[in-house]
Design a protein around this ligand. Sequence first.
Ligand code: 3NM
Length: 216
Amino acid sequence: MTDKRVLLDEIDFYLVTDSGLSKKGTLSDVEKAVAAGCRIIQYREKSISTKDMILEAEQIKALCGSESIFLVNDRVDVALAVDADGVHIGQDDMPMDAARDLLGPDKIIGLTVHNVEEALEAERMGADYVGLSPIFNTSTKKDAGDGIGPESIRPVKDAIKIPIVAIGGINKKNSESVIIGGADSLVAISAIVCSDDVEKETREFIDLIQRTRSQI
Ligand code: 3NM
């Protein structure tokens, strides 16, 4: 187990990068989010060459340092090339067992799921966490489908032991319902990277999550 895997249980807020939406650029977003206390970053990049991805991933890894988990979306090859802490994969990406064979037992693997059945299967296959999605409608991922609603989190929470990361359409206004719904951690993309002040926005998100959690 990497030292960083223990951090998974303590994470409130999880940033996924999006260079297409970002106002200040991915590296700036990561730097500001880490400075604000974000302890997990997922590098999600679909629009540049593999070579440029690896160069950028190396810089993101350096920004995450020993404090924050650094995952690569989908691209197991890029994660291996830069020795990232792990990957996040979707239902149509490389199968869990193939990713685990390539990455070995020490790396973190998160898997996107949409319901209890997929979550149980993810846990059985050895996922370290699940990304439950999409909680709300989102225009950030065009093929995400309709939001399943925060009330869909509890049945998944009751079914599995690994952490649940909620994703899709989450912002400061609706985050309370997602925490109360049972999510261990919240992802926001547009709510963070479209902001003028990523550090302030991330800090406010984390404060809000911690405050809500302390009241339930
Ligand atoms: N995956 P925002 S939704 C990357 O449903 C991603 O699997 C999703 O962005 C899924 O916070 C999504 O801007 C985008 O809604 C989430």
